[in-house]
Design a binder for this molecule. Structure first.
Ligand code: SF4
Ligand code: SF4
Length: 239
């Protein structure tokens, strides 16, 4: 896989890119091989729900769950096919999980960064263009604002949950020298990835999560929102 080159220009939401991806581009599907596809909790929710699979079954069929080397937090990743390194969701006609494709697939060819303005302390959202020679979408003469590209790709809920989970990663990194116990790791996996069991544990009274009004009726999005808060306030607690 070639090394991606990042355009040095930093873009904001109102800046314009020139890009389009559609079945007519000569490189159609080429970017769906040899991808390191790590799923955020919301990516995982959408993909396994779209496929109608419980969390464990999705993991057994398509990838693995492990403790990330950098974050020291549970991670779920999708394995590429061993024979041709294609994403297991790729079909000749395109992505078979397009409606629920992960955020990385939606964001490409942009990379998104969050940072604080050192003077005002304000939260800034920065984008940079990734250029890879196989990607011919950059030659499609379609100007589009970053804001409109984000909307077109249905990224809003993904960014909301990814930013929320980013707080978990930041909290973990602030205490990176403190190892997590097996119980803490299990609870993080439960509350961020295994939402059906998270609900069951709350309903059975084995877990106290004060952030849900009615756990039996809560949507999986509500469960994930509460689960991330639960991890931040009840699990990743360091004295
Ligand atoms: S999920 Fe879809 S878009 Fe993403 S790599 Fe796999 S086939 Fe391609
Ligand atoms: S390589 Fe670029 S233009 Fe081609 S299918 Fe992938 S994202 Fe679209």
């Amino acid at each position: 896989m070639e090394e991606p080159v990042f355009d040095p220009r930093e873009l904001g939401l109102e800046d314009e890119i020139v890009f389009a991806c559609h079945p007519g581009v000569p490189c159609f599907n080429k970017c769906c091989y040899d991808v390191h596809l790590v799923l955020s909790p919301y990516d995982f929710l959408r993909l396994r729900r779209g496929l109608g699979l419980p969390p464990q079954e999705f993991i057994e069929r398509y990838g693995e769950a492990y403790i990330g080397e950098v974050t020291q937090l549970p991670v779920v990743a999708v394995y590429m096919n061993p024979h041709d390194f294609a994403c297991p969701f790729l079909r000749p006609e395109g992505c078979s999980v397009y409606q629920d494709r992960p955020s990385a697939c939606r964001t490409y060819p942009l990379a998104r960064y969050l940072r604080e303005d050192p003077e005002t302390g304000e939260h800034q959202e920065i984008y940079r263009i990734i250029r890879e020679t196989h990607c011919k979408g950059h030659y499609e003469k379609r100007p589009i604002k970053v804001r409109d590209f984000i909307a077109e790709q249905g990224l809003e809920p993904y960014l909301h949950f990814n930013d929320l989970f980013g707080k978990v990663v930041a909290q973990r990194q602030r205490h990176a020298e403190t190892p997590l116990t097996a119980d803490q790791l299990d609870l993080i996996f439960l509350a961020c990835y295994d939402l059906p069991r998270f609900r069951e544990e709350i309903l059975a009274g084995r877990l106290e999560c004060p952030y849900l009004e009615d756990p039996s009726e809560a949507s999986e999005e509500d469960l994930l929102e509460a689960g991330i808060r639960f991890v931040l306030e009840k699990v990743l607690v360091f004295d």
